[in-house]
Write a protein that binds this ligand. Sequence first.
Ligand code: ADP
Ligand code: ADP
Length: 218
Amino acid sequence: MAIYIVLLGPPGAGKGTQAKIISEKMDLAHISSGDLFRENLKAQTELGKLAQVYMNRGELVPDDVTIAMVQARLQRPDCKAGALLDGFPRTPAQAEALSEMLAKNHESVTAVPYISVPAEVLIERLGGRWSCRAQGHVYHEKYNPPKTRGICDIDGSELYQREDDKAETVEKRIRVYFDQTAPLIDYYRQKNLLMEIDGTKSIEEVAGEIVSFLEKVV
Ligand code: ADP
Ligand code: ADP
């Protein structure tokens, strides 16, 4: 059986940070829907241009295009053993679509670590987030600074502050999360797949808790 892990949590919870650590440890493909949209944006594809409108407003990109994009990504050869999904699903319709696409191959979601962080902390985290242009590695000016200001430790590319990490857009994204994504907590809890992790701990402690949860279920 392939392994499919869904990382759930509000914007700024630490999904991207943890996904990089866990996917490397477990040798699983890391699929970030946000990174896929940003790659499309950089390449100025039709999908990228469409997504930009929603991303800039802090809203979700419509389900049909998001689902099609992730489905195509999951068919790539590096996902043979499964994947670590970061930022997808984000709506009940996306969760149902994921379950259906996996069921076609007699697969299913293996586990859902839910990184829980209160709203006040999220605003501070996103306000200080710096992202790497090349591969989406993330830093924080206070909590996880790069060795050299403005440069990614891992690949040397430029660090930038995302347009949608501005205070107004962040508040909108958090509202959208509570409205459209938070229902997935109960959805996966009812399926007995959810483990709530305290995301206010240090990056290393959170990673340790996610790994020990996954070791029990994988
Ligand atoms: P998400 O992908 O859920 O939006 P990120 O992984 O991009 O979250 O993290 C958001 C910001 O918070 C980044 O600047 C990151 O460096 C920082 N961060 C992530 N995890 C922690 C943590 N446990 N403690 C403090 N800061 C963190
Ligand atoms: P964060 O890391 O802060 O949670 P992401 O990089 O995951 O943010 O997402 C950035 C934006 O990309 C979202 O605000 C939304 O517009 C779009 N997006 C990403 N994933 C999805 C998804 N699964 N469904 C719809 N829109 C998405």
